[in-house]
Design a protein around this ligand. Sequence first.
Ligand SMILES: Cc1cc2nc3c(=O)[nH]c(=O)nc-3n(C[C@H](O)[C@H](O)[C@H](O)COP(=O)(O)OP(=O)(O)OC[C@H]3O[C@@H](n4cnc5c(N)ncnc54)[C@H](O)[C@@H]3O)c2cc1C
Length: 458
Amino acid sequence: MEIKERIPMREQDPKERVNNFDSVPLGYSADEAVAEAKRCLQCKKPMCEIGCPVRMQVKDIIALIKEEKFEKAFYLAKADNAVPAMTGRVCPQETQCEGKCILEKQGKAINIGKLFAFVADWARRNGVTSKINVEENEKKIAIIGAGPAGITAAVDLRKLGYKVSMFEALHIAGGVLQYGIPPFRLPRDIVDYELSYLKKIGVEIKLNHVVGQNVDFNNIKEEYDAIYISTGAGAPRFLGCDGEKLKGVYSANEFLIRVNLMKAYKFPNWDTPIICGKKVGVIGCGNVALDAARCAKRLGADEVYILYRRTKQYAPARAEEIHHAEEEGIIFKEMVTPCKMTGTEDGWVNGIELIKTEFKGVDKSGRKRPVNIENSEYIFELDTVINALGTRPNRLFLNNVPELETYDWGGIKTDNDYMTNLSGVFAGGDALTGGSTVIEAMGNGRDAAESIHSYIMS
Ligand SMILES: Cc1cc2nc3c(=O)[nH]c(=O)nc-3n(C[C@H](O)[C@H](O)[C@H](O)COP(=O)(O)OP(=O)(O)OC[C@H]3O[C@@H](n4cnc5c(N)ncnc54)[C@H](O)[C@@H]3O)c2cc1C
């Protein structure tokens, strides 16, 4: 049987899009979505569903799209996934559902992510909202942190009739979906719309509530029957090398927060500019690094380099993001590792010392291990450096709860049911695992909601 090619996704032209922060993919039309859904073989044993952290019913959703039953498809998607328009856009589908699609062997996997985004966008445009039938109970659950893990736990617990309050440090909910991932990958009208669902189903969101600073954890503990900690892993890791404190050196989190959350990309219409030079180096090659690089390009940098100690085939970033970055002219400088940063007399960064690497053996992750080549150091001139070497949980919250057991790196310890060493206090998402993915954090939120329910019932 001849397997047809994927229906291509229309996208903004790379030359145009480097001048704006609008969505890169333009989305499937209804006809395109139906045509893509028709390629699905509707396997008896749908491999695409195996391992989906939120257990989405991929095969049945696609069958409904194929029959143009978009409303039903949306309800089915929403049953397991509180934010399908967002996960459809940012999930690493190539290593999850699409990677397991039987058609992937021919490189023609069904475009599951874009189909789910289509269905959720269709519902938004047509004012279709999924309603919930709640049998109310009097038990109160507090969720600390309104990112993907907290949002998912909140929705599932609300569906079970609990009174759910979310405590969020920032002035808006969404976690990384708001402050990290740029609008050209995740348009903010879509984020806002999907998050408005929380209020619609009766979740209380307490913004500007920084637990550990203006709210005390013990007060929450007294007032609520159970707590879910989903404070993420927002604290950046640093190299600890010379020159890291020079002006013009950012952590990726700071850079992205200034650009996305504080809207530097809208300057001068917003009062919060950012200094971004003309020759920018970004250390790392995950989604965070590529987001920072693509933002720098859009802010007017002439040359943007990804500085990576492996080759990009081993990079943790999503395949789509690497592809888009290359189209936009981001330069991948592979097999180098930074040693230190150099600066001008008045304290601005003007270069980075790199050492060349070579592969020797394999590391724990199964990827080739890069090792430094002796005496291969050289200075590479740059005027901005962005460090995207990963993150860990923020101490601000953890310091407020010294009795909470954590690993040395800051991750919260839990048992298999996501309960911490404190009875009735559960944890999940990046606060538990360290930097992971949106869908893993959401899966964690779902599983923890089940555990919290069992705990309260018992
Ligand atoms: C720039 C960037 C790009 C990414 N790209 C992708 C991608 O393309 N695909 C993908 O799958 N994953 C991606 N990720 C990873 C993904 O976003 C995270 O794994 C996911 O958001 C984790 O969800 P979470 O709910 O655990 O934490 P977060 O999203 O970090 O949310 C935690 C929330 O807790 C709040 N909080 C923290 N401390 C407190 C406190 N003391 N009191 C109250 N609230 C608090 C924070 O303000 C935040 O809103 C990316 C991450 C970043 C940083």
